[in-house]
Design a protein around this ligand. Structure first.
Ligand SMILES: [Zn+2]
Length: 161
């Protein structure tokens, strides 16, 4: 299964990499629509993954530039999970996935794209999605889909869950 995602990952790896930490920048900026930030807490925020494996692929990250889950204090850890729970509710409401993968890639060897700023992936899953993902990955459909997905999820987050 994992290997089917490789072409999309390669597009990301070979694409232009910005200087500095993208999660710190997005957390600090107030361009939420442009950056596809869905929800902000006091210590953590929710953002749509710009290189999604699937529709509605969300990330929850602390504002603080911390590399490891063990670096988070109790309040930050708590809010990370609370925002993950909100993400699950909103994604269920809007996209009716049949399951989810939640996970962290800690360290580059574990597949972390942004290895020095910890973030939790919330990935909705549908039966058979691993088969069509490689087909849509990297096509021009993606940015439009992302904007649609963002608008829909942002509305749901704003309305509360
Ligand atoms: Zn950072």
């Amino acid at each position: 299964m994992e290997i089917k995602w490789t072409p999309w990952r390669m597009a990301y790896i070979q694409g232009e990499k910005e200087e500095g930490c993208v999660l710190c920048r997005i957390g600090a900026e107030s361009k939420d629509r442009e950056n596809m930030v869905l929800c902000r807490g006091e210590r953590c925020y929710v953002v749509l993954n710009l290189y999604p494996y699937n529709t509605g692929h969300i990330m929850v990250a602390p504002y603080a530039h911390l590399a490891d889950l063990t670096d988070l204090d109790v309040s930050t850890s708590g809010e990370l999970i609370i925002l993950a729970q909100r993400s699950l509710r909103v994604l269920r409401q809007e996209f009716h996935p049949q399951g989810f993968n939640l996970g962290m890639n800690l360290g580059q060897v574990a597949g972390a794209g942004i290895a020095d700023h910890v973030h939790l992936h919330v990935l909705p899953r549908w039966q058979g999605d691993a088969n069509f993902m490689p087909l849509i990955a990297g096509t021009k459909l993606i940015p439009e889909l992302l904007e649609e997905t963002y608008a829909r999820l942002r509305r749901a987050f704003d309305l509360g869950d």
